[in-house]
Design a protein around this ligand. Sequence first.
Ligand SMILES: Cc1ncc(COP(=O)(O)O)c(C=O)c1O
Length: 364
Amino acid sequence: MTADIIDLRSDTVTKPSVGMRQAIFDAEVGDDMSGEDPTVNRLEKIVADLLGKEAAVYNCSGTQSNQMAVRAHCQQGDEILIDESGHIVNYEAGAAAALSGVSARLLRGPFGIFDVEDLDGKVRPDNQHYCVTRLVCVENTTNHGGGRAWPLAQMARVGNWAHDHGLKVHVDGARLFNAATAQKYSVRDFARYADTISICFSKGLGCPMGSILVGDAATIYKARRARKLFGGALRQAGMMAAAAIYALEHNVERLQTDHDNARAFAEAISTVCGLRIIVENVESNLVFFEIDPARGTSAQLSARLMERGVRINPSGPYRLRACTHLDVTRADVLQAADMVREAMETDLAQANGSHLAGSAYASR
Ligand SMILES: Cc1ncc(COP(=O)(O)O)c(C=O)c1O
């Protein structure tokens, strides 16, 4: 049975399943700030072990987790190296600057995935004129970079380069399990090249909230202090940690289904006249596509889709992002694709008097 509204805005719209709600209900809890919540402690141990690191700290959100890492690695005035599409610099309300006094030097890698050539020459010399370059931030999968997963060999190159240059490496792995699924490596193998890794439970894993930051014991100790400083220290958080444990046990294996549905959606819209999408670029659960400016804007297409019961957000003036997740089925995404075709062939067929057959936007 398909849903009334097919919501492809984000994997953050997922709602906890009955099984997850039961796990939440059954959770043993205590005061996490005193280290006394047995379920939070269990989750932190599970994820630290999974990633081959010493310690972990459960926290409220991906933003908080990333910013705890920035704070733990850096001092005021330091600089981070990050792709220009990175979540940490674009979508976290300027937190690195506001909370930690840290600036960013931007890199430009294809799909947000840079390499050592992009890093070369970007470490500031040891000179009083310059800030101290401290941290390389990697995003996996890249979100606004295009939903792509870092190849393991490239991560190894970048991680080793950073460490050889005296830098630390933080991975914004909001969707790390999607990346591992797409590239067929273990999260542990990937984590080997990073000092800290943040993972979100509230996205493709289907939890109501929560992220975790993993790393060595000394860095996680500092990050825990930053969590308190940023107002995110927790009390009986075991209920949400129980959801995360449930998600690790039930919702990781199934991520390939989301990726297959994303591909199916991409395939289905790839022949719609007036859209541009490269199906081969769809590697995870994120599908980016563009509307020909002569046919309308992403906001117009998004509005026309909403009228048809499909929610897809603009991610730029002419760019849209559709995201598959555990609350949409193959039938849902195919129906959504039909609605995209219908909107383009009716409401947005001849906007601005343009006819696009044969243009670069005519198909994939
Ligand atoms: C790559 C990436 N990092 C971090 C975050 C932040 O997560 P949160 O919304 O839980 O703060 C997001 C959210 O979408 C994200 O896509």
